[in-house]
Design a protein around this ligand. Sequence first.
Ligand SMILES: Nc1ncnc2c1ncn2[C@@H]1O[C@H](COP(=O)(O)OP(=O)(O)OP(=O)(O)O)[C@@H](O)[C@H]1O
Length: 573
Amino acid sequence: MTESNPAALARAAEAPATRPRSFAWNAGLVIGMGMLAVIVVAAVVSPLVLGDQATKIGGSPGLGSTPEHPLGTDTLGRDMLARTLVATQATVLMAFTATALSSVVGIAFGIGVWLAPRRVRELGLRFIEFAVSYPTMLVAIIVAAILGQGVVQVVVAVAVANIAGFARLTANLAAKISASEYVTTAKLMGVPTHRIALRHVLPNMAEPTLILIAGAFSGALVEISGLSFIGLGAQSPSFDWGTLLNDGLSRIVVNPVVILGPAVALTFASLAALLVGDGLAAAANPRSNSTRARIVRAQGEPVATGGDDVVLVADGITVLHGGTGKPLVDDVSFTIHRGEVLGIVGESGSGKSLTASVVAKLLGEGLEASARRLELGGTDLLGRVPDRVLASKIGLVYQDPGTALNPALVLGTQLSDVLTIRLGFSRRSALDLLARAFRAVKLTDPEGRLRQYPHQLSGGMKQRAMIASAMAGKPDLLIADEPTTALDVTVQREVLTLLKRMNVDSGTAVLFISHDLGVVRALCDRVLVMKDGRIVERIDDVATLSEDTVEHPYTKQLLAATPTVTIPAGGHS
Ligand SMILES: Nc1ncnc2c1ncn2[C@@H]1O[C@H](COP(=O)(O)OP(=O)(O)OP(=O)(O)O)[C@@H](O)[C@H]1O
């Protein structure tokens, strides 16, 4: 089976189905669809218009290329161009039917295996492993030889040979989906198995499966033509591209032009299917083509001003939803000074993370962002900023260290990447630097930790490692997006203490995002309160913060609902 692009399949399978993604048309997909349209028109129209010409015996047999017969004639005087075009219908229909059969049976098998009881599942998985170990063409030849010659036999043979590929992909995808909480919950609530398969499992594997179907169709065209070429497929007077290739083979030396038609048609159709498959992969995952949304310079005089020790000036950050034009962040302005911790607090969906991702130039696809001014450490972020420069100026700490770290790589390998690739350190000096940074965040046995996998560290240790790695490059600004939300309360306190200490010791400015005003109050020098994409309150004096000193009802509400969190002064535990 032709798996058009395994990396694309993997990416499509990885993409979470939570937020609706935009479908981005791309050149490959448009060209592939255009080529497929040509094939469909040829398949429908040619038998009606050229049917007689393609089958009428007589005329001049064995001709080479002439103005009347550009691709020559066969030994019975039939026009090869007409025969090639007319054979499109039979060939494409056969490949289509074989692909449809193999995908339906293979997908049902792959999903069924994962929803079956454990013993049946083990047996099914072993069977799939066994089946995919045989080359598709070999299986197709064996099955066709058992079934005998003929169109139906060849279609069944190619379908059988391709089932294992579909079953393997869907079993792998279903393994991940059936372990998800929504499937477990559905099972516990007694939802029937077929309903779980249709409702939960199938829709979540649609993208990679579609891509595989396109690749399988391309493969089936070649396999069916191959079987017809060796005499197992369409029998005279029926014909497809494979039989035309076979007819032409005996005369290839004296009249090579007669095999040109079926050879070009087969290549053209396979290429069309592959382009559509890869195009679908790229369209389903727009990040594969463009990594980030652009941030444009907005008109108007900047109002936010800096000072001598200002690190970040953000003026008029606005983020619009690309499809609807709805503002998600609306004219947000702030500055951060050297050594300062600025907190952004607000409920879920208020635009905190989007604001931070504009600053880090990591805004996701489907969004339109602008700002009047965005400067970090004197660098204009609205112009072209090399990734190397950005990586040296900004450190990032994410919410869940469990998902921010790659479970398949030891810490030293993954955390040293940014230092070696972006900041030009040698691997040895990057590891030395990381070991020092690990020691600074009080991780015991730093050299040993660098050789460990993420699962060998606790949640708090992983977050310490992330902070150490973010600070190792001595950034101007550390962006910490809810860095303690995924941690339990005692570990949360440790991590906050550590952040404060790093901030005090190194003077690095910190943009700290949280939905928890208690945590923000304990750590930050100033606080911005966001609601519905806007800053609704600026708290400059955190020390005296109380329900009486704030104005906006939302801030009062937040304060009333906030337990007090304390961290030792200066962050020294
Ligand atoms: N790539 C995107 N495409 C479309 N909408 C998006 C995208 N990213 C974020 N949004 C929407 O923008 C709004 C603000 O999102 P943001 O992630 O900034 O919220 P937040 O305040 O950080 O919330 P949380 O605390 O839950 O992370 C939300 O309504 C979110 O659904």
